[in-house]
Design a protein around this ligand. Structure first.
Ligand SMILES: [Zn+2]
Length: 212
């Protein structure tokens, strides 16, 4: 057997999701293959169960929430009797017009660009795995690692928008409240994190085993 094809699955081994202990694969008893990690007790799976279906469902939910998150007002500013609602994009445009380009950029990247890129990358990975693509396996794994890494910092997005807008816009005289888009926006961030988590990057490589 070539070194490249010595996968854990072929050796009847399973790595624990939680503590990464390499265990013997569960022996099939009837249709059930339930086994737990002897070290930490986590249920062992050779691949995350229903990974593609679950990731698709979560990505789909995040795409739906992405619309109200961007179309509804994210902040409502009240100052000297004037009430103004801003969506994420109108906030970005406001900062651009006011000459605060770095703030406009931070809000645009954190709130529009990064969540959209994460969703597009996940959709690309899902489709390429389903089409059993053999192209650029290493790059696709790197893309996945990137979404996973960004996911850990995603909650920053919500704070970036609310705090920056609150601090900068109209200064201390204004009262800034979170608008109706906020829960949708938080939903996009959280659901995208779960979607990245439920995708099993080993699926990208499984196509190599089938080649031999
Ligand atoms: Zn374990």
């Amino acid at each position: 057997m070539k070194a490249a094809s010595m996968t854990a699955r072929r050796q009847n081994l399973v790595s624990c999701h939680n503590c990464h202990l390499l265990c013997d694969a569960p022996v099939p008893v009837g249709k059930q293959q339930v086994a737990c990690c002897p070290r930490c007790g986590t249920t062992l799976h050779s691949r995350k169960p229903n990974s593609l279906m679950r990731t698709w469902a979560l990505v789909f939910a995040a795409v739906i929430l992405y619309l109200p998150a961007n179309l509804l007002p994210i902040t409502i500013t009240r100052a000297i009797g004037i009430t103004q609602s801003d969506t994420i994009i109108s906030g970005v445009i406001y900062f651009l017009h006011s000459g605060m380009v770095p703030i406009a950029l931070v809000i645009f990247i954190a709130s529009v660009f990064v969540p959209l890129m994460k969703l597009l990358i996940l959709i690309y990975l899902l489709i390429s795995v389903q089409r059993r693509s053999r192209r650029r396996l290493v790059d696709r794994t790197r893309l996945y690692r990137l979404t996973e890494l960004v996911g850990r910092w995603s909650m920053v997005d919500v704070y970036v928008v609310t705090i920056l807008v609150a601090l900068v816009k109209l200064g201390a005289v204004a009262r800034v409240d979170a608008g109706p888009a906020t829960p949708y926006f938080a939903g996009v961030v959280i659901i995208t994190m779960f979607a990245a988590e439920s995708f099993d990057p080993r699926l990208i490589w499984d196509v190599m085993e089938d080649d031999e």
